[in-house]
Write a protein that binds this ligand. Sequence first.
Ligand SMILES: Nc1ncnc2c1ncn2[C@@H]1O[C@H](COP(=O)(O)OP(=O)(O)OP(=O)(O)O)[C@@H](O)[C@H]1O
Ligand SMILES: [Mg+2]
Length: 594
Amino acid sequence: MKPLLEAVNLCKTYGRQTVLDGLSFVLSEGTHGALIGRNGSGKTTLLHILAGDEEADSGTFRLMPWTRLGVLRQHEILPDEGTTIGYLSGNSGKPEWKCAKLAARFGIRPAELGRAPAALSGGYQMRVKIVRMLLDQPNLLLLDEPVNYLDLPTLLLLEAFLRDYPGAFVMTSHDREVLQNVCTSTWEIAAGKLVTFPSDVETYLDWKEEQAEYTRRTNRRVRREMADAQAFADRFRAKASLATRAQSKLRHIAKLRTQLRELGGALPTAAFRIPCPPFTAGTAVRVEGLAVGYGSAVVAKDIALEVPRGAKVGIVGENGRGKSTLLKTLGGTLAPLDGTLKWWHRADIGFFSQHAEDTLSPQETVLQALTRAAPPDAPAERILSAAGAFLFREDDLEKTCGVLSGGERARVRLARLVLQEHNVLLLDEPTNHLDAETVEALAVALKAYPGTVFIVSHARTFMNAIVDRLYEVRNGTLRHCLGTYEEYVFDLANLAEEASHATEGSSAGVSSVSADGRAERRELSLLARERRRSQQRLEEKIKKLDREKSEILSYFFENPTDYAPEKSRRLSEIEEEMALFEKEWLDLEAKAVV
Ligand SMILES: Nc1ncnc2c1ncn2[C@@H]1O[C@H](COP(=O)(O)OP(=O)(O)OP(=O)(O)O)[C@@H](O)[C@H]1O
Ligand SMILES: [Mg+2]
C-alpha cells in the first residue's frame, strides 16, 4: 500500500493543556480509519493540522506528491448568497450537470440546488459539503463528524458510499454504529497519545478491555505476592537466623513493584441527573389543526397531537421536512401559522436548539455562560457542581466558549438546562457532537427524568432507549407511528435498500423512500430507470463532445498561427450542443422529484 501522508512527532498545546503529545504515524492507501476519542481529546485539532487549517507547535507532516486531500470541516459556514448548484460548480470548476449528478447521489434535488447553501437545513448543508469535497476527486478524505446532521436515509446512503469508497479516509464520529459499518482500522487519541489498531472499532474496544482485564489480573497476582513477601519480612526481620532471608524478600518486593502494570486510568465521564419540579398528572400539550412554517411558507400542516405529562416523544423524518420547525413552534420561539397549540398552564419549557452558535456567545467563559443561565438566587456551589458533573473543572471554567470542541459546547448547553430545572424539555439533536459515554449518561438521565420530553435525533440507540411514542414528519404533516422506534428504522432501511437496487443509487432512490405501497414504488423505480437511461445517453454524448473539444483545443495549442475557420466554427457548435445536452440532463433530474 502506497503511503499518502506521513506525520512525525506532532505536538499541540493550548495553555496548560497538552492536546497532542508527539504523534507519529503513516496514512496509506486503502485506509478506512475511525478516529475516536472522548470529547476534547484532540481529534478535530489533529484533522485541522493535517488539513493545513492550524499549525502544530512542533513536529512535521508531509503529503505525498500523489495525494489529493479532501476535507470536510465540522464548523464551516456555507455562503448565504447565490445558488447551491452555482456554489458547487464555481468551487469545483465542473459543469453544473456533473455537480447535479453527484448531488443527486446524496439526495440533493433541483429544489435545493436552486437555493442558497446557507438557506438549506443542517442535513442538506452537510450533504452539500460532502459533494463539494468529492467533486475534486480526492484520494484521501479527512471527515470530521460527517453524519452529524444527516437524516436516516442519507446516513444509510453515506454509509454505503464510504464502505465501498476505493480511496482512503479518516473519519471522526460519535456514532459507533456508523464507524463500525464503514471503518476497518481504529485510531484512538487519549491523553495526548495516538493508538492505531488494524481492525474495526468493536474489535479494538474488545481488545482494549481484554488488555485491561489481563493487566488487572496480573496486578492482583503481583500484589498478593508482594503482600506475602511483606508478611514474611515483617515476621522474621528481627530473627537473626532469618534476617538475610527477610532482606532478600524486601528486595523481591522492590522487584515485584516494577512489574505492576499501569492501568490506563479510566477517563472521567459526565454523570448527572436532570431535576424536575413536581407536577400532577394530565395532558401536557394539545395541538389541533396546527400549521408550522415561516411567513407564507408552510412547512407542515394539519398537525394534531395530544401528549400526557411525563411522555418521552420522539420526532423523526427526513432532513428539511420540518422537525426543527415543529419543535421551535412547540417551544414558542416560532409563532404557529394556523390552528391551536396549548400547553398546560404550569408547563415550563427548556429548549435545546440544533445549533450551538444560536445560544452560546464565543467570548463568554464557561463559568459566565453557566452563571447567566442559572436562576439569579442559585448559590455558586450549585453552578460549580453542575459544571463538575459535565466535566468542567478549574482551568476549563475559564475557557471561552469560542475555543471549545463541539462536544464541550454541547455539554455547556446541557449543563445550562440542568441548572434551569424545567418540567418540559424540547431537544433538537442533543447528541450531535457528544461522545458515546456522554450520550449514554444523557440517555440514563432522560429516562429517569419525570418531566415531558420531545426529542428530535438521528442517534439510533439513543432514541431507542428513551422514546415511548414516535411521530414522523412526512408529506407535509405529522403522523403517529404505531410501532417502536426499532421497527421504524428497520422499515426505513428496507425501503432504502429496495429503492437503491431499483435505481442504481440515483436521486430517485431517496425520493422513492417516501412513496407508499409496493406497486407505486415499483412504478416509480421503472420511471426512474427510464429517466436514468436517458441521462446516461446524454452523458455519453457530452463526453464525446468534450473529447472532440479537447482535440480541437490541442490542435490550436500546437498550431498557434493556423486560424482554421472550420475548426473554430465546430468549436462553437460543440459549446452550444453541450449546453443543450446539459440543460436536458438537468431537466430530467428535475422531473425525478415532481
Ligand atoms: N484555541 C484554543 N484555546 C484553548 N483551548 C483550545 C483551543 N482550541 C481547542 N482547544 C481545546 O483543545 C481540546 C481539543 O479540542 P478538539 O476540538 O480537537 O477536540 P475533539 O476531540 O475534536 O472533541 P469533540 O469530540 O468534542 O469534537 C479541547 O479541550 C478544546 O477546548
Ligand atoms: Mg471535534
